[in-house]
Design a protein around this ligand. Structure first.
Ligand SMILES: NC(=O)CC[C@H](N)C(=O)O
Length: 329
């Protein structure tokens, strides 16, 4: 029998519609319902038995923690169904990487989970959504995609949901990872070149089935002439961890160091990340993390560090444990 793939639709440009075929950038996201998306792609029937569910119909910049929890719970429930072989999530590209990383941390399954979006609406010339979705379904339907964590199929590539980020807001070649794609998908066949080594899905100590709420974790951005208003406001608002998107190797302005130390003294976890797109933050370089009891974000960009900090804080508020988790995931 054909593999059964469930497509969970959440909105984004892959469900977008513009006024004319020349509108590649000006259009409304989250318009086309999942049934119509699937009906427009009859080629899927040769790859898998596909069923669709409309979970949300939103632009991904409006995703909240409640959306993450609801989606995670649905993916987890489906992954336990013996009649489901793989799951695809259609998603806006703006925060797609955050959702993909979240799912890779909390869903316990070896079944393929693939998150997919598009850069142009289906109404545009050279729309990319149809092929991206076809690739997502074919990867989700394939046995060789099992146990590789949550994947992202964009632009013929199979990326690790942990590593990949949106790097440009115009071209279809938008999703990149400094560590490279895991493989490519061409005409329904997967070509693998590497596998992730960080803990995910079946090997994660976190499980969506045990997570009822996510703690408040926010991000402050580092820049010259930085002021400390934001740091202090987040502290007053009761944030549980604050991610600092530092300059260079996660460096922190002197006045911000004082504010962050004061927050740490109140029990807030400080996660030192970097605003540069690539590389990774070294512990005790640029700032004495041991002395200040701060955590470094390893190679996670600020928005991904926020996701991991939220998930980790559901289990521990010990800074040494948090740092271990940041090295391992
Ligand atoms: N290319 C896109 O999907 C961007 C559309 C919208 N801002 C979203 O993220 O949902």
């Amino acid at each position: 029998a054909q593999p059964h793939v469930v497509v969970l639709a959440t909105g984004g440009t892959i469900a977008g519609a513009g006024a004319s075929a020349a509108n590649s950038a000006t259009y409304a996201a989250a318009k086309v319902p999942v049934d119509k998306l699937l009906a427009g792609l009859p080629e899927l029937s040769s790859v898998a038995k596909v069923s669709g569910e409309q979970v949300f119909q939103i632009a991904s910049e409006s995703f909240t923690n409640e959306h993450l929890l609801k989606l995670g719970q649905r993916v987890s429930a489906l992954s336990k169904q013996p009649d489901v072989d793989g799951i695809v999530i259609t998603h806006g590209t703006d925060t797609l990487e955050e959702t993909a990383y979240f799912l890779s941390l909390v869903v316990h399954t070896t079944k393929p989970i693939v998150v997919v979006g598009s850069m142009r609406p289906g109404t545009a010339l050279s729309a990319d959504g149809a092929l991206n979705l076809y690739d997502a379904v074919s990867v989700a339907a394939s046995k060789d995609a099992a146990g590789k964590g949550v994947l992202v199929t964009m632009n013929d590539e199979i990326q690790s949901g942990r590593d990949v980020s949106k790097t440009i807001n115009i071209k279809t070649e938008a999703f990149k990872s400094q560590w490279g794609p895991l493989g490519m998908v061409v005409e329904g066949k997967n070509y693998w070149f590497r596998a992730p080594v960080k803990r995910h899905t079946m090997n994660s100590e976190f499980n969506i089935d045990d997570i009822k709420a996510l703690p408040a974790v926010d991000i402050v951005y580092g820049y010259s002439n930085m002021n400390t208003t934001g740091i202090e406001a987040y502290g007053k608002a009761g944030v549980k961890a604050l991610v600092h998107a530092g300059t260079g190797n996660g460096s922190v302005a002197a006045q911000a160091v004082d504010s962050l130390k004061a927050l740490r003294a109140q029990g807030v976890q400080i996660v030192r990340s970097a605003r540069v797109p690539d590389g990774f933050v070294l512990r005790n370089a640029e700032q004495p993390d041991d002395k200040y009891d701060w955590v470094v974000a390893h190679d996670l960009r600020p928005q991904k560090a926020r996701i991991l900090a939220m998930v980790a804080l559901t289990k521990t508020n010990d800074s040494k444990e948090l740092q271990r988790i940041f090295w391992e995931y």
